[in-house]
Structures are given as structure tokens and as C-alpha cells.
Design a binder for this molecule. Structure first.
Ligand SMILES: NC(=O)c1ccc[n+]([C@@H]2O[C@H](COP(=O)([O-])OP(=O)(O)OC[C@H]3O[C@@H](n4cnc5c(N)ncnc54)[C@H](OP(=O)(O)O)[C@@H]3O)[C@@H](O)[C@H]2O)c1
Length: 327
């Protein structure tokens, strides 16, 4: 099968399109013929082995696993021993980040528990674009952020994968106002998604304005927790999904102190892959939750797409299709 292979940490241009063996599904695994996959911040970090702390988990000198890609949508091809949830021919999708990944290939063998049945109304491109960022946005806003009806929300990094789903999830859950921070060139797309007020982070530091929010969802964490606390109403919550590792470490150290001395809260989402998708599927099926898709591109184009992702030029989710015309 064809796969994009990464043998060492480095630039995306060092990735190679190679022929490798089709994996054999193990116990309680299924082999999926991949129709669509995506590019995420997670891939961008692993390709380069940065932040360096990632290397402690994913391989000190070179990546332990050579095929990246954490979101897939495809068709069950065959079953390993003891796999009972699906039958060959079923359409499935899922976030496979915690089960060995490997989405940038024509096939992947994964535990059946990491897959969900694909909703009928959507195609492979949309299905692949959903699970990782959608679950992060859902868990950040609803499970960690405890979003309540009528609340004023800010999404920092609102024009990326998490933010473009986050604004829709927030409105569908009854938020009163959803504001976004990102670079100005993404504003037309963000306005279309329904963001109320937009702040260009290259020109304005939102933590220095007099605006206060009930809930801040952050995808970047570039400041100290005290800066974010100032931007919250009493009882407000700041929830980050990622960003600078040192900033996040400091935030976690401050978390108990903030809880002790203030009515405000700070927290970090620990992603539970695919959790919450069952609640989002009705919105997806009824068109109340849509993906912003950048692409689709082909498997061969992944190195170029990664460079583009690294420059932050993508809008929403970069989707890769094995057969571009098929959905
Ligand atoms: N917590 C967990 O368990 C977990 C698991 C997986 C992933 N993650 C994290 O989840 C996040 C993924 O978010 P995503 O998919 O939305 O990423 P994304 O698609 O890259 O979007 C991030 C957006 O933020 C913008 N941005 C860049 N610098 C900014 C700044 N200083 N202030 C405000 N906005 C800024 C980017 O725009 P420009 O660059 O164009 O300016 C981009 O539009 C990552 O931080 C990743 O590490 C967390």
C-alpha cells in the first residue's frame, strides 16, 4: 500500500511516499481501507519532534512509528480475531491518536473500540475532519468549560480546527455571544461561521482590553494564567486545549491556588478520543454543525500541506482524500 513515511524528525519535505506492507489486524482490531484523513497540530509537532518533550513519548532520536495521521474515515476491509462491532463494508471514522495512529496510508489496522459508525448523511471527507478537533472543542466547552445558556465565550485561535467547530458547538449549546481571536485574514470565514466580535492577535492583546468573558477556550496558551484570569467574569472559566508546554505546566501548577483563592477556574483538556461525538452527530446530520474543509488534497500532497499548515495558512481542517472525487 502507499503511505507517507517519516523515518526521522525534520522538515515535512523529508517525508516520503513509499510502498509498505498492508498491516494485519490483531486481536479485536479491524483493517480499515482509508478514504480520507487529515492534518492536525499533533502531526505537525511529531514530524519535527517539537516540542522536544514529545520525543520522550514518541521516540528519543527518531519516531517509533513511521506513519502519522490521527483522523480517518473509511471502510472496514477485514476483521481480526475477536472483533465483533463491525462487518466488512461498514463505513467508519475515528480519532486514532491514542491507538498507534497511521492515517496517512491506504490502510490501517486499529482496535475496533477506536472507531465509530459513520453517520449516513455525510461523506468521508467530512467524517475524517470531525473527530479530533470536534471532540476537543466539545470537551473543552461543555465537559471542562461547563458552558451555560446565555454566556459570553471567547475562543482564542478561533479560525483553526478546534475554533471553527467550537463556535458552532457553543451556539448550538445556547451561548449568548461567541467571540474569536485569530489572524485577520481568517475573519471573513470566521464571520460566516457566526463569530460575534473578532480580534486580530497580531494587532491586539485581548487580555489587555476591558472585555470580560464567562468562558475562554484557548488553543494556543501563549500567556500566563493571570493574564487570562483578568479577562474572566467572576465564576468565569479558562480552558486550554494546548499551546506552549511551559505555559501549560505553569497553568497546572497554579490551578489549585486559583481554585483556593478565586471564584474563577483554569483547566487543561485531557482529550478522550471520540468522546462526545454521539452528542454531536444529530447536529452534524441536521446540518447544525458543519466542517470547514481546506482541500481535499491527495496523499502525495501531504508534505506541502504540512508546510502550509506550519505557516498557519489553513482555514479549518486540511483534509486528504485517497481518491479525491469520492465522498
Ligand atoms: N489537550 C489534549 O489532549 C490535546 C490533544 C490533541 C491536540 N491538542 C492541542 O489542540 C490544539 C489544536 O488546535 P487546532 O486544531 O484548532 O489548531 P489549528 O488548526 O492550528 O488552529 C490554531 C489557530 O490559532 C491561530 N493562532 C496562532 N497563533 C495564535 C495566537 N498567538 N493567538 C491566537 N490565535 C493564534 C492560528 O492562526 P495562524 O497561525 O494563521 O495565525 C490558527 O488559526 C493544539 O494546541 C494541540 O496541541 C490537545
Amino acid at each position: 500500500m502507499k503511505a507517507i513515511v517519516s523515518k526521522r524528525y525534520g522538515r515535512p519535505s523529508e517525508l516520503q511516499l513509499q510502498e509498505i506492507d498492508i498491516p494485519i489486524p490483531g486481536d479485536k482490531e479491524v483493517l480499515v481501507k482509508i478514504k480520507a484523513t487529515t492534518i492536525n497540530d499533533w502531526d505537525w509537532s511529531l514530524i519535527r519532534g517539537k516540542p522536544y518533550i514529545y520525543r520522550l513519548i514518541y521516540g528519543l532520536l527518531r519516531p517509533k512509528k513511521t506513519v502519522f495521521g490521527v483522523e480517518i474515515a473509511g471502510i472496514v476491509d477485514s476483521l481480526g480475531a475477536g472483533a465483533t462491532h463491525f462487518v466488512p463494508g461498514d463505513k467508519v471514522y475515528g480519532d486514532i491518536s491514542l491507538v498507534g495512529y497511521g492515517g496517512w496510508a491506504e490502510y490501517v489496522a486499529v482496535p475496533e473500540s477506536a472507531l465509530l459508525p459513520m453517520p449516513d448523511q455525510i461523506g468521508f471527507e467530512t467524517a475524517a475532519s470531525l473527530p479530533h478537533a470536534c471532540a476537543l472543542a466539545y470537551q473543552g466547552l461543555i465537559e471542562y468549560g461547563l458552558l451555560d445558556k446565555g454566556e459570553k465565550v471567547l475562543i482564542n485561535g478561533g479560525g483553526g480546527g478546534v475554533g471553527t467547530f467550537g463556535v458552532q458547538i457553543a451556539y448550538n449549546s445556547g451561548a449568548g455571544e461567541v467571540n474569536g481571536v485569530d489572524s485577520g485574514e481568517k475573519f471573513p470565514m470566521m464571520r460566516q461561521l457566526g463569530f460575534d466580535n473578532l480580534v486580530d492577535y497580531m494587532k491586539i492583546d485581548f487580555t489587555k482590553s476591558s472585555q470580560r468573558y464567562d468562558l475562554i477556550l484557548d488553543t494556543k496558551t501563549t500567556r500566563s494564567p493571570f493574564a487570562y484570569l483578568k479577562s474572566l467574569h467572576p465564576h468565569g472559566r479558562y480552558v486550554t486545549v494546548g499551546g506552549s508546554p511551559l505555559r501549560i505546566l505553569f497553568l497546572l501548577l497554579c490551578k489549585p491556588l486559583v481554585a483556593m483563592f478565586s471564584s474563577k477556574r483554569v483547566n487543561l483538556v485531557a482529550l478522550k478520543p471520540n468522546e462526545g461525538m454521539d452528542k454531536l452527530v444529530p447536529w452534524i446530520e441536521s446540518g447544525k454543525l458543519k466542517s470547514v474543509i481546506d482541500g481535499p488534497y491527495t496523499l502525495e500532497e501531504i508534505p506541502d500541506c504540512l508546510e502550509y499548515f506550519g505557516l498557519g495558512k489553513h482555514l479549518g481542517k486540511i483534509v486528504i482524500c485517497m481518491e479525491p472525487t469520492e465522498t
